[in-house]
Design a protein. Structure first.
Length: 227
């Protein structure tokens, strides 16, 4: 029998783009994010930075990698790159199956700190993946979505080719608007994956849900916005 899924579609009390989206993005763009960095995130970043410096190869950053399936697949698909997967959950990372390829590393860290440390260290990922982030679908939780979070300008400044995937199109439509406030064009398309990159992608696909992909070249950020 073919595989099937039973995942529910995202349910939200928000209809259409959040009316405060552009104001929230503009506020975060205008004010630096000064939350203190946690020591454990510094240690995790130092481990990742040593791995990156020793490899001297282009970087693929897999942010919010969960159990690390996507990191493993990306590393096998791109043996000439270094792939760093970051997730804040020790439980998820401990559930990885099998050995990682030599060009991959999994790191436990909070992305809010990790991205800022990466920017400070001058990291320049060739490609940055955000695969099925928590959509925080309640209207009141806009500021918990990556494009509504104060760290979003840091994500932009890191540069690289951004690829975000979601089963909630509105999430990516909002991210597209947020990118536009930085004068960054993007492309939003339906996604039919040949090989699911994450367990969520497999589950949503088997459940018959529409999947979506947003792509943007963050290296096109106007020079005046780069620090």
């Amino acid at each position: 029998m073919p595989e099937t899924g039973n995942s529910r579609s995202v349910s939200s009390n928000q209809q259409g783009l959040h009316e405060k989206l552009e104001a929230v993005v503009a506020k975060h763009r205008a004010a630096p994010f000064l939350k203190p960095l946690a020591d454990f995130n510094r240690r995790a970043f130092d481990e990742a930075d040593r791995f990156l410096q020793q490899g001297a190869a282009p970087l693929l950053l897999d942010s919010g990698c969960g159990v690390g399936v996507s990191t493993r697949i990306l590393a096998k698909q791109h043996p000439e790159h270094l792939v760093i997967g970051v997730d804040r959950s020790a439980d998820r990372l401990q559930r990885q199956v099998g050995d990682l390829p030599a060009n991959a590393l999994l790191v436990r860290a909070d992305l809010v700190d990790f991205w800022r440390l990466a920017l400070e260290a001058g990291w320049q990922p060739e490609k940055h993946f955000l695969l099925y982030p928590n959509p925080y679908p309640k209207k009141k939780d806009l500021k918990l979505r990556w494009h509504g979070h104060p760290v979003f300008p840091t994500l932009i400044e890191l540069g690289g080719q951004l690829e975000a995937r979601s089963n909630w199109c509105l999430y990516l439509e909002e991210m597209q608007v947020a990118l536009k406030t930085f004068e960054l064009p993007s492309q939003l398309t339906r996604l039919v994956p040949d090989e699911p990159l994450t367990p969520f992608e497999r589950k949503y696909s088997l459940s018959g849900q529409d999947l979506w992909k947003l792509e943007a070249d963050l290296n096109l950020l106007p020079r005046d916005d780069k620090k």
